[in-house]
Structure formats: C-alpha cells, structure tokens
Ligand binder design. Sequence first.
Ligand code: ATP
Length: 270
Amino acid sequence: PLVRSMEVIERPDVRYQDIGGLDQQIQELREVVEFPLKKPELFKELGIVPPKGVLLYGPPGTGKTMLAKAVAAESNAAFIHVVASEFAQKFVGEGARVVRDVFELARKKAPSIIFIDEIDAIGAKRVDLGTSGEREVQRTLMQLLAEIDGFQPLNNVKIIAATNRIDILDPALLRPGRFDRLIEIPLPNLEGRKQILKIYISKMKTSEDVNINELAMITEGFSGADLKNLCTEAGYVAIRNNEGTIRMTHFREALERLKAKKISKEVIDR
Ligand code: ATP
C-alpha cells in the first residue's frame, strides 16, 4: 500500500559522532534500544526486560530525529519514520489502518525502529470527542496502543516517539509496557553548543580567527538546528563578500541576522 505518511530508510546515514552535546542521552538510548536489538539473548539470560517504547521530549531542533536515526544506523536496524500529524486522515478508519501497516512493515523489516514524530498529534489528552475528526484521531491512538501492547519487549522492533509537548500527552501512552522510558532532549548548554559548532565548523573552510568558545557563549538559547543555520548563514555572508574563507566577522553578521529572525518569529508565534 502507498502510505504517504510513512518513510522507510533501510540504513540512515547518521552516526552518534554527528550529534553534539547529548552524550548521556546517547548512552541511555544505546542501553535501552541498541543493545536489546543487538543482543536480546543477553537480556533474556539476565532476566532484564527492556522498554518497548522510548519517548524523546524537548524543544524543536534539538536532535530528536537525528538521535533516532543514529540509533537505527548503529543498531543495523531499518528506520521507519512516521509523522503522527499525517496519520489524521480524511477517511474514517484510515489512521488506524496506517498504524497497522506501519507495524506490519516493521515486523517484516526487523530488526527495525519505528520513529513516531509529533506523537502529540494523535496522543494528546482529549477533553471531548465531539467531532468525527476527534473520534478518528482517538481510534488511531487506540490502534497504536493495541499494537504496542501486542508485542513482546524482546522482539526485534522498537518504538521511539518524539514530542515538543510532553505536557499534553495522554497518560495512557506513558503506562508501563508502552512509552515507559522518557528521555529529555534539552537545548544545548555551553559545552553542548561548543560540541555542535565544532561538528559543523570542522566541515567548513574557516579562518583561524573563528573562535568556537566565543560563538558558543553568545548563542545561549540556540538549538542544534539554530547553530547549524548559523554556520550555513556565515558561509553565505562570506560568499556575498566574495571571500574564500569564512571569518569570525561573517559569523557575527550571520548571528545578527538570525537573532533578528528568531525574535520576529517568536513575536509571530505569540
Ligand atoms: P523537531 O522537534 O523540530 O522535529 P528535532 O529535535 O527532531 O526537531 P532534528 O530534526 O533532529 O531536531 O534537528 C534538525 C537539524 O538540526 C538536524 O538535522 C541537525 O542538522 C541539526 N541538529 C539538531 N540538534 C543537533 C545536535 N545535537 N547535534 C548536531 N546537529 C544537530
């Protein structure tokens, strides 16, 4: 079946080393996803039951999707990417059918990781189920819970979900045996921003005066995605100035532009 809301990547090309500032989160994901996928017999022997589902939560652009892809790559697992907001289908029963198809595909491709982005789109607490659209979303969630409940913790399919809005999730999703491992993915701190900047700057042709420590200090509040943008934008500034290397002033100019954009976006979002 052709399902527009689902993408399968056999082996994503993201590695742990491409991710900055999330060492502890990577370690935790390795223990609860990678090792059980690679060595289920070890867990059986020791009598340890790993979680079936892991929920990554935190602000946008902090690397949740990247992390899920990297775990799949490092576990030699297929990566099945679904965006929950696209489950909400136009036809009755379709969302639930997509969920069934996703799990069937995951079993066929196993070992595999199902990544459900924006899980709040189907997993938010609902106060009333007045409209048919809301009932449809509810049915989709029920099907997801049934699929999760229906498989064993040690079979070779794992589910990773992501959200920016853990506060609105239906507690049914977080019950034991479902998404019972929560991993916070926060905005990077100073050290994290340094690591992320290093990753991107090492791939660019920059002059010696580019000071990563200083850049990290003046980018408080920036996500990984923002920092990557900053690097790209600095490159554009250099190109615009007809220069063959990217200098600190280019980063400064780029930063001014991005800060202006960020502020106007925050105003619009408000
Ligand atoms: P969203 O909630 O908006 O889906 P997300 O947390 O899933 O965001 P990603 O899609 O993983 O964020 O990040 C967007 C891009 O930003 C990544 O493709 C990567 O280029 C960059 N990025 C984000 N976080 C990091 C990080 N910790 N290290 C390196 N790059 C990062």
